[in-house]
Design a protein. Sequence first.
Length: 255
Amino acid sequence: MQNKQFELDEIKADIINNEVCPSLKESATQLVFGSGNPDADIVFIGEAPGKKEDEFGEPFVGASGQFLNDMLQSIHLNRNQIYITNIVKYRPPNNRDPLPEEKNEFLPYLERQLNVINPLLIVTLGRHSTNVFLPGLSISQIHGQPKRIRWQSNLTNKELDVSGGKRIDAMQGTGEQRTEVYKKYTEGVAEPVTKQGTMIVGGVSSFARKQAGKALVILPLYHPAAALYNGSLRKTLEQDFKNINKTLQLIREGK
């Protein structure tokens, strides 16, 4: 764990030293890199820090963070057992949505984080983080459904197109074309993940095509902030959270 933490600290330092997203850095209080267990089997990925996160330097420490804690407790997990980070690691002004170019700049550093932690399961929180890994798919249609992608190391910014060729700034569930290029990881799938046909991911296909990289399982969920103030989404998120342990168990069993 100490070696992993050292590597994560190096990535954090590189973001600062390389002046990633200087305009965001200038408007933010500090970098919000990530927190939790470097040896975690589960990594949660949100979109960007909010006001409280910018103040304290940790992801998900505001109202949505408390709701996330409650959801974790409901499935017998706590923040010491998982790792939490965001796609963008500086707070956008006035909590606006992160821009495609901002996600693009931070994505190589997120990839490095994931390569160090090497989780079994990645839980994306909200449409922005979901669309980075599963571009073109609507979270309103795929929430709670594990998907598998092929992950390649050694990215450069030029190889990335996190927007899938267009800006992903439509309302959640609106204007996004659902495709059938992904298979559910559960519900009748009997083959081990290594034997299943891995599909190319729209916006990251430029590197997915280059090599048979590591298969990752992505579980897209609604963002706690959205569910916190929407009763129907809250119930949906509570139900979808139950799929986390189920999916993790299936991965461990090689199913």
